[in-house]
Design a protein around this ligand. Structure first.
Ligand SMILES: [Zn+2]
Ligand SMILES: [Zn+2]
Length: 692
């Protein structure tokens, strides 16, 4: 336990002469604790970037107040806070740390009766029983109340578009010299959404208060725009005028920026963004097609968007996160007023058709398939063979889209759902990949950080053809984006969602990777039936476009192009840490990939999946395993995986002799495909014993 002695005499608390009891601002801070401390709720570490051992689940210190106690403001720097941490002064709770993993300054108002003359005790503690590594400190105290303190100085910011010189909806991020988000003097309005260190403005104008001090202010507008910044030093009772300009840097012409998964606290009951704040944040992040998906509700943003004068920036769509005990499904578009689907239905064979048969509904998305909700995880090994895409609880994957990236519920492996999606395509399902944010908040998770670009006219964001956009999503004309925008064109004609007719002996795939200047891609990879077949490192901007020449495959395949780069941790666009981590290690990534480009090689004008090809081979082999293995010579690993799945479900002997030796002696693609299936099959069997 540390003890610090501070005295009321140390407080620079000058009264302005003749003006009554108004503080002259610029309160000197009293430092209760200068250092940072690592705490954890439990002895088990949460993250590898923390030391193995923390100082425990409680921080305690003492401080001295001489003279008459007064109300004041406690300022606590905090980082990585995920669970509930209480702050107590002399045993009385005066507030909590913010449940937010960003590095920020939490401000707590402490009433006069909570402090006393002489020795005082400050305690920060948690009684949660799951791991939460956090940092706290420094801790400071001011006798100036928060409502005065954070209005010491006024800052007026105006942000314009570099090109048009017009005012631009945007996000402002305000940090101190340590890089922490700072308390803002002001509250959200119809044109502002304010959180610690963050001000969204729907008009390009923002006026707010700050405590006297030195700051850095960043202006940005989500992924498509550059960033502009300035350093300021503000004096008490001063007003600062700041002009910043940002420009569009990512060309997404004819691709609409869509976030298919948007919540509000108003209608979902958790998170912190009200509907009014959501209108401002959507405009500020440049989302053109937001889908309202509150839990089991169909909300129309139209009236709010009109009232707040942001309707020209986006076209709202009524959706619903149909939240069942066996998975969450985002569905849209709904006509205003139609009844909500029955979320108590647990049989997907009833539920999914009932959603899809609702008038107008085109898209049904399986959300966050690797997260546990109400004890159920759709892609848990007991329910799902991750190599073949087989459902082990006899569910039909008849949703027509799935989240492959959810920036509010990141996976430890950011490509895990991308691989699941490719697996389901090989399994024969026609499924569109989706990027979304699942944001319930103003800043804790940024709306539109994960997003889906839809191949639809985007000239007028306020008048997007919703029906066409939704059909384009259904048909796979999409690019999934979280910090990068990758596109691919085959033979100058075919893009994401298209069927390529492979007439020539060689096909060309022209790729491009785009991003604003504050993001840096480092590789681009071509996947064929889920298997990487070309990778190009990106070192210079010239490397961001290129063409791969690919010999015509031996059978129908689908391609997708993936771009990757190091993740962003900067407070102006931080990628949130994994929501349900399965490792202490985590490396954030920016990424983007195209919807499936299906290649018709046999000229029948349609696409045959790996599953379809394997079914034909199994039929032709008529129960002769050696014949099946022999026929797989001309097929890739994905077809072999599906053949293994079909054989195992019919004969249950793949892991026994002599079948095992037969596939182990086969050609590499066949052998590896069977081995992958067998490994996943074994994992599922074990999981089903452990989780009956
Ligand atoms: Zn959900
Ligand atoms: Zn959700």
């Amino acid at each position: 336990m540390k003890s610090f002695c501070i005295t009321a005499l140390a407080i620079c608390f000058c009264w302005s002469s003749g003006l009554g009891p108004t503080p002259a601002f610029a309160a000197d801070w009293l430092v209760i604790e200068a250092n940072r401390h690592h705490l954890n709720t439990v002895p088990q570490a949460e993250w590898s970037w923390f030391a193995d051992e923390s100082e425990g689940s409680q921080f305690q210190t003492k401080f001295q107040i001489d003279g008459e106690p007064t109300a004041g403001t406690l300022l606590i720097r905090q980082a990585d806070v995920r669970l509930t941490w209480r702050v107590l002064v002399n045993g009385t709770e005066v507030g909590r740390l913010q449940r937010d993993e960003n590095d920020l300054i939490q401000s707590l108002s402490v009433p006069a009766n909570a402090v006393r003359q002489g020795e005082n005790e400050l305690v920060i503690k948690s009684t949660d029983k799951t791991a939460d590594d956090i940092q706290v400190g420094s801790i400071r105290w001011s006798v100036v109340p928060a409502e005065t303190l954070f209005h010491e100085a006024t800052v007026n910011v105006h942000v314009t578009d570099i090109g048009s010189k017009q005012s631009l909806p945007c996000r402002l991020t305000i940090i101190d010299q340590d890089g922490s988000l700072v308390p803002i003097g002001g509250a959200s309005t119809d044109t502002l959404a304010i959180r610690t260190g963050v001000v969204y403005t729907s008009t390009g104008h923002a006026s707010f208060g700050l405590a006297a001090g030195k700051y850095r202010i960043y202006a940005g507008r989500g992924f498509e725009y550059g960033s502009s910044q300035t350093s300021i030093s503000v004096e008490p009772r001063s007003t600062k005028e700041i002009s910043l300009s940002i420009g569009r840097q990512v060309n997404t012409d004819n691709w609409v920026a869509c976030d298919t998964h948007v919540h509000t606290v108003t209608h979902s009951g958790h998170g912190d963004a009200t509907v009014a704040e959501r209108m401002v944040t959507l405009a500020g992040e440049g989302i053109e097609l937001p889908i309202a998906t509150d839990h089991n509700k169909q909300i129309n943003y139209q009236p709010d968007a009109e009232r707040q004068n942001v309707r020209q920036f986006f076209t709202p769509v009524i959706g619903n996160e149909v939240t069942t005990n066996f998975g969450h499904f985002n569905a849209f578009p709904f006509r205003d007023g139609v009844p909500t689907p029955d979320h108590t239905e647990t049989d997907w064979d009833v539920l999914l058709p009932s959603i899809r048969n609702t008038p107008d509904v085109e898209v049904v998305i399986l959300n966050h398939g690797r997260d546990v909700h109400r004890g159920y995880r759709p892609f848990a090994p007991e329910n799902f063979n991750a190599a073949s895409g087989d459902s082990l609880d006899n569910r039909k994957f008849s949703f027509n889209a799935m989240e492959t990236l959810n920036s509010g519920a990141q996976q430890t492996d950011p490509l895990e759902l991308f691989h699941d999606w490719m697996t389901l395509n090989n399994r024969g399902w026609v499924i569109t990949p989706i990027g979304s944010s699942d944001s319930h908040d103003v800043n804790r998770y940024i709306v539109g950080q994960g997003r889906t670009y839809v191949r639809t006219n985007d000239k007028d964001p306020g008048n997007i053809d919703v029906g066409k956009a939704c059909r384009d999503i259904r048909d796979g004309h999409v690019i999934v984006s979280a910090g990068l925008f990758v596109n691919a064109i085959v033979d100058d004609r075919f893009g994401p969602g298209d069927l390529v007719s492979a007439e020539k002996s060689e096909l060309s795939i022209r790729y491009s990777v785009d991003c604003p200047e504050w993001i840096h891609p480092d590789r681009v990879t071509l996947f064929q039936n889920g298997i990487p077949i070309r990778t190009t490192e990106i070192q210079t901007t010239d490397d961001r476009t290129g063409t791969w020449k690919i010999a015509r495959p031996k059978h129908d395949v689908f391609w997708t192009v993936l771009a990757l780069g190091p993740g962003i941790r900067h407070p102006s666009w931080p990628i949130a840490q994994p929501y349900q981590p399965d490792s202490r290690d985590w490396t954030p990534k920016v990424l983007s990939f195209t919807g499936a480009i299906r290649v018709d090689v046999d000229g029948d004008q349609q696409f045959t999946s790996a599953r379809g090809l394997a079914e034909k081979l199994c039929d032709d082999a008529t129960g002769d395993f050696a014949a099946l293995i022999e026929s797989l010579k001309d097929y890739d690993q994905a077809v072999a995986v599906q053949a293994a799945s079909l054989w195992q479900s019919a004969h249950s002997n793949l892991l026994n002799e002599p079948a095992r030796s037969a596939w182990q002696a086969a050609e590499p693609a066949c052998r590896e495909g069977f081995a992958r299936f067998a490994k996943a099959w074994r994992e599922s069997q074990i999981a089903r014993v452990e989780n009956p």
